[in-house]
Design a protein around this ligand. Structure first.
Ligand code: C2E
Ligand code: CA
Ligand code: CA
Length: 408
């Protein structure tokens, strides 16, 4: 039986898998207790242990699609999350660290099972990478992390299907005119049990599992729809919307067509939408990124290079890719008042942007002093808690028209 969360539910005594049968899925135990049974040559069953919440069972089969080496039976009502061979291959292809951890789980458990059943095994022969207690402990921590990640992927799939994701918008201010010129769309996840989960936690998991592709498609559509509303509310048709994208989005062969369709369907003007990308995206597959970006720019979209000043910040990127906006990373902006080097760096990035006819946005402005300094350096745009925190559409709608610079 399957519940609405896509979990499989087994009643006490029910078999989850049977030794000898071919299998193509593993399971994470979310709730309940299961028993692992090995059939002896004489036909009798021998229980080799039980597993509870947080454990993985049946993992051998997703590696080799082979026969189950043991039977698994529910002891109490058990709720399981399936990891299909497809899911597993995706981890494998992406050379995800989770993969390494699952393999470690496999090896540990394999050895464990063999040790229970037979004479002590030669770990050298098995090439098991754990030689001491400390390493075993580390592997247990890794297993916990892997299970947590897999569970989060499962929950994120539900989040996409059940509208648990939403967008908040943070204004981007023209420092010269002190007015809102545009917004950055930022994703939020309202988890049914955990409440708000930070994007710093769930976006990397979405990237690793490629769920980000569907999430980005949804975000672009939602942000465009909301931009129309904000333009109408403010009477300012020039308001723009920045949306974040990752390498996984750009790896989709139809990425540019998808973007074009969304823009057409939502009726926003292409010139009012900017793609925010990071250097990582440019480095992952430079040729593909260049082609996709050029097609986007040809269409009329803007491209903003996010977190500029961190990473490699290679000047060759600015030359090789059609970038229209630089976003100075918050790590400099928050130090410009006290640290001369950060101040000089910010100044140089602003000068560089100007000479290359790029717009520059300073991110993470939290204080009036930073605002004053950046404006005096000729920085065109600012974004940060000093002006406004990211907020949902209904709140932003109330302020978009009458926003004024906060007074100290
Ligand atoms: P980011 O793209 O650099 O977004 C700016 C982050 O800085 C946001 O964090 C924003 O809330 C925060 N911020 C803005 N002003 C200030 C300030 O004055 N002080 C401080 N301390 N922080 C400020 P958030 O929303 O938590 O997002 C974190 C990161 O998660 C983003 O960094 C981006 O890398 C990623 N992310 C968020 N939404 C999306 C999305 O829709 N798609 C993708 N691919 N990534 C997203
Ligand atoms: Ca961004
Ligand atoms: Ca940023």
């Amino acid at each position: 039986m399957e519940n609405t969360n896509g979990q499989k539910i087994y009643q006490p005594g029910e078999f989850i898998m049977v030794q000898g049968e071919f299998g193509d899925a593993a399971y994470i135990i979310e709730e309940g207790q299961v028993e692992i049974l090995i059939q002896q040559p004489d036909g009798t069953e021998h229980s080799v242990g039980t597993r509870g919440p947080g454990s993985i069972v049946g993992e051998m089969a997703i590696i080799d699609n082979g026969q189950r080496v043991a039977s698994i039976r529910a002891v109490t009502e058990s709720h399981l999350i399936e990891i299909s061979q497809d899911d597993f291959s995706r981890y494998m292809n992406g050379a995800d660290p989770i993969l390494k951890m699952i393999v470690q789980v496999l090896l540990t458990r394999y050895r464990d099972t063999l040790q229970r059943l037979g004479p002590p095994i030669n770990t050298k022969l098995l090439n098991v990478p754990f030689s001491n207690a400390e390493e075993l402990e580390k592997s247990a921590e890794g297993t916990d992390l892997a299970v947590k990640n897999i569970k989060m992927v499962h929950d994120l799939k539900a989040a996409l299907n059940e509208n648990q994701l939403f967008l908040v918008y943070q204004p981007i201010i023209s420092l010269d005119q002190t007015k809102i010129c545009g917004f950055e769309a930022l994703m939020r996840w309202n988890h049914p049990e955990r409440g708000l989960v930070s994007p710093g936690e769930f976006i990397p998991v979405m990237e690793d599992s490629r769920l980000i592709v569907d999430a980005s498609k949804w975000a672009l559509r939602q942000a465009c729809t909301d931009l129309k509303i904000l333009q109408a509310e403010s009477g300012d048709d020039d308001l723009f919307m920045n949306v974040n994208f990752t390498s996984e989005d750009f790896n989709q062969h139809d990425f540019v067509d998808q973007v074009e369709n969304t823009l057409n369907e939502t009726g926003v003007s292409v010139n009012n939408v900017k793609l925010e990308i990071t250097e990582r995206l440019l480095m992952d597959d430079p040729e593909q990124a260049r082609k996709a970006l050029e097609a986007c720019v040809e269409m009329g979209l803007g491209v903003a290079l996010d977190d500029f000043g961190t990473g490699y910040s290679s000047l060759s990127y600015l030359h090789a890719f059609p970038i229209g906006t630089l976003k100075i990373d918050r790590s400099f902006v928050c130090r410009i008042c006290d640290d001369r080097r950060s101040r000089e760096l910010a100044k140089s990035i602003i000068a560089l942007g100007k000479s290359l006819q790029m717009a520059v946005v300073a991110e993470g402005i939290e204080q009036e002093a930073e605002h004053i300094l950046l404006r005096s350096f000729g920085c065109e745009y600012g974004q940060g808690f000093f002006y406004a925190r990211p907020a949902p559409l209904n709140e932003v709608m109330n302020t978009v028209k009458d926003w004024t610079l906060p007074t100290a």
